[in-house]
Write a protein that binds this ligand. Structure first.
Ligand code: HEC
Length: 442
């Protein structure tokens, strides 16, 4: 185990969720936007309509700034935050997918170079070459999505990988294709939202309304296709994930799904009303409002996808607290649960306080705190006022009368479908129970 990244009140999960929510909108825009851009550019060339160029200029500048400043910063932020929050999980993913990421980064570099060249050569080089740059960007961006989706999907449904340990066995897993199709459709829908907003601000009203209508059609088709593929995706989720997320195992996940559905309906209605019927209503204000709705809807949808994975961080392999829970013979990896149960968890920690004497109550509590951080801290705050599922409050609800009651509760922790079992021997359980009993009353 690596040292634990402790954030009083906040927990690491909240930090990652916040950064990721700000990342998802720019990254889907980045992958979707240029399909619409190229479509308009082709039209401008074929029908000899230079007035459409004004839109291309503004739209690609928006993508350049929004996606490659906010998107890149938050992308790096996710890597930093996830690496210190769950170093073993990231290490597990890198050991399997380092070449996947390397390939993705090649396409990122192409994408970033292409958009700069595209923007700064607009109207300065011959039309055909410029259009080629647009295509280059569109394909490079989409290919990066094709790759990253495999790794994202792997974390929820690890496919045959759990038996073979093979790269492609995990990559092309049960939820890969539905998720790729859903993301591809939604990226076109999101591109439509931004295109409507940019086009609504063009001075030439005729051109403005024409592009707003076209973008709205893209948006509507993208959203509806995305919703259909999402239903396919939900049907392909592992049974345990369906129980948690759809059938009420964890009611808040169902609420997140409903929230994403609500946002979907509002954005669709906006496309129909402010895009198709009355393009003059699609101004800055309604645009900002719809962006906020989109932001909340996507955050809820991705939160749902992350949430149904519990108790695993990598399905069937590593628990949310980073303890390996399965034998993976193909890779020579053994489950750590039995090892910690027999040898003790605290004894096996490398980074731990020096010189604790576990026969002293005070020291046992300190050791218990370290164990609780490692085994519960990724999902629970230890402070009463903590934002994410504060343990003092939750434990108080089950009304333990002594540390032994808590030890009994821990023994059955794995019976909850969303929590990993407690891994450790009697000594560990005694120490952590004393600590937990103490924080309830503190
Ligand atoms: C992988 C994430 C995860 C880990 C690790 C985890 N929990 Fe939980 N725990 C949850 C979730 C999710 C809930 C449900 C909370 C809710 O209903 O909103 C929960 C609920 C609880 C509850 C309330 C149970 C009830 O019936 O009301 C307690 C108590 C609890 N956890 C204690 C612990 C302790 C102690 C540990 C560490 C030994 C731990 N949890 C580790 C995710 C986790």
């Amino acid at each position: 185990m690596y040292p634990f990244w402790e954030l009083p009140l906040f927990t690491s999960g909240i930090v990652i969720a916040l950064i990721a929510t700000f990342h998802i909108l720019p990254c889907h825009l980045a992958t979707g936007a240029f399909w619409f851009n190229v479509y308009i550019e082709k039209k401008a060339i074929k029908e000899k309509r230079p007035e459409l160029m004004e839109f291309l200029k503004r739209y690609s500048l928006l993508i350049l700034v929004f996606c490659f400043v906010i998107g890149s910063l938050t992308g790096v932020g996710i890597w930093f935050a996830a690496t210190i929050a769950s170093p073993r999980a990231i290490s597990g993913l890198i050991h399997n997918y380092v070449w996947g990421w390397a390939t993705e980064w090649v396409f990122f570099i192409i994408e970033i170079a292409a958009i700069y060249v595209y923007y700064y050569t607009l109207g300065r080089i011959d039309e055909k070459s410029h259009l080629m740059l647009g295509w280059l960007y569109a394909w490079a961006a989409w290919i990066s999505m094709i790759i990253i989706t495999g790794i994202l999907a792997f974390m929820l449904s690890s496919g045959k990988w759990i038996e073979t340990g093979g790269f492609f066995d995990g990559f092309f897993n049960e939820t890969y294709w539905p998720q790729l199709f859903a993301r591809t459709s939604f990226m076109l829908g999101i591109a439509g939202v931004y295109a409507v907003i940019v086009a609504s601000r063009l001075k030439n009203r005729t051109v403005s309304h024409e592009i707003v209508r076209k973008a709205a059609v893209w948006g509507i088709v993208g959203l509806i296709a995305g919703a259909l593929f999402s239903v396919w995706y939900l049907s392909k989720m592992p049974e345990a994930a369906k129980e948690l997320g759809i059938n009420g195992g964890l009611p808040y996940l169902r609420q997140m799904l409903n929230m994403a559905g609500g946002a979907f309906i509002l954005v669709l209605a906006w496309f129909i009303v402010c895009g198709l019927i009355r393009p003059s209503w699609a101004g800055t204000y309604s645009g900002i409002l719809v962006l906020v709705i989109l932001f909340l809807g996507i955050g809820a949808g991705e939160g749902f996808r992350e949430g149904v994975r519990r108790p695993w961080i990598i399905n069937q392999y590593m628990y949310g607290n980073q303890i390996i829970g399965t034998d993976l013979a193909a890779k020579g990896v053994k489950s750590e649960v039995n090892k910690f149960n027999s040898e003790g968890f605290y004894n096996n920690l490398y980074f731990r306080p020096d010189n604790l004497d576990l026969s002293l109550k005070e020291d046992r509590r300190k050791a218990g705190r370290v164990i609780a951080l490692h085994q519960c801290g990724n999902c629970h705050a230890l402070d009463r006022n903590g934002i994410m599922r504060p343990l003092p409050v939750l434990l108080k609800n089950i009304a333990p009368e002594s540390p032994e009651d808590i030890a009994g509760f821990l023994e059955a922790l794995g019976d909850y479908p969303f929590m990993p079992p407690f891994s450790g021997n009697d000594e560990d359980r005694a120490a952590v129970s004393e600590y937990l009993f103490w924080i309830i009353r503190r």
